[in-house]
Design a protein around this ligand. Structure first.
Ligand SMILES: Cc1ncc(C[n+]2csc(CCOP(=O)(O)OP(=O)(O)O)c2C)c(N)n1
Ligand SMILES: [Mg+2]
Length: 285
């Protein structure tokens, strides 16, 4: 078990609040985005990019880099903001989100944005591509690892389950899927639309090694990432229990905030809440 560096955890938490704040501004200015899903996975992205992934913003195509695929491509705003804070793209460029000719489209494009490994948006494709990456690393005898973040509603796409079968078949212990288990999808709760539970048992039955974690608890996230690979010869699955809209009281766990854009009053209130959590200080980190 990793010793918790409380200062580091506090830095990550403050940084995540700053990233939520910047993402909110971006969505408000562009008048589009998926703020609920962004806020549900920002803590996972921050833990990955600032503590786990072996990536270098100065060498985004380094062949030895870890690969990260955001399968829930509608969370592009969260990814762009994290990439900007990590130094892959200029912070100022976030002002261009979803504008004509911007590199920062509503869904990520690997040919435009340094750090983006594959195009996503149509759900159900990130894990199959990640399986291909992990097989390639095994064939090459390379040490780099592949991480993929999926939504829970996204698991309704059958392609994920084909990919899950192959990952176990090829013993891809260099592959980690993180499931953003916020219990919501577009318009409703997952369990009312197409229930997923018992989710951990399903992945175990497919031959994966599974851990469950609070996806907003940095000490717990870092500890679970530190244990990778969980078992030799088995792919790794992390079910991260999260809240859609985490960080803003009136967005949390509310289906409407899947892709609603705040009005001026809601925007002001959300900023105020994030500032109270230290969000305005994060940019200095
Ligand atoms: C193949 C496909 N079908 C439908 C959509 C439209 N869509 C975008 S996000 C979304 C809901 C996804 O829910 P979930 O995976 O749980 O994401 P989160 O809750 O993290 O936003 C849907 C249906 C899509 N992008 N791709
Ligand atoms: Mg969801």
């Amino acid at each position: 078990m990793r010793l918790v560096d409380t200062q580091h955890v506090e830095r990550l938490r403050t940084l995540a609040t700053a990233i939520r704040r910047r993402d909110l501004q971006m969505v408000y200015d562009a008048k589009l985005g998926h703020i609920g899903g962004d806020f549900s996975d920002i803590d996972i992205l921050v833990a990955l990019y600032f503590s786990v992934l072996r990536v270098d913003p100065n060498k985004p195509n380094n062949p030895d880099r870890d690969r990260f695929i955001l399968s829930k491509g509608h969370s592009a705003g969260a990814l762009y903001t994290t990439l900007a804070y990590r130094g892959f793209i200029p912070l100022d460029e976030l002002n261009t989100f979803a504008q004509p000719l911007s590199r920062l489209n509503g869904h990520p494009d690997r040919k435009k944005v340094p750090g983006v490994e594959t195009n996503t948006g149509p759900l159900g494709h990130g894990l199959p591509v990640a399986v291909g990456c992990a097989v390639a690393a095994k064939i090459d005898g390379a040490a780099w690892r592949t991480f993929v973040l999926t939504g829970d509603g996204e698991l309704q796409e059958g392609s994920n389950w084909e990919a899950a079968l192959s990952a176990a078949h090829y013993k891809l212990d260099n592959l980690t899927v993180i499931i953003d288990r916020n219990g919501l999808q577009q318009g409703d709760f997952t369990e009312r639309t197409m229930h997923l539970d018992p989710l951990a048992e399903k992945w175990r039955a497919f031959g994966w090694s599974v851990r469950e974690v609070n996806g907003h608890d940095y000490a717990a996230l870092l500890d679970v990432f530190d244990q990778l690979p969980f078992e030799w010869g088995r792919p790794n699955c992390i079910i991260a229990h999260t809240h859609k809209g985490q960080g803003v009281s009136f967005m949390r766990d509310r289906p409407a905030w899947h892709h609603r854009v705040p009005n001026a009053e809601e925007y002001a209130q959300a900023l105020q809440e994030l500032d109270a959590q230290g969000g305005e200080h994060g940019s200095a980190l």
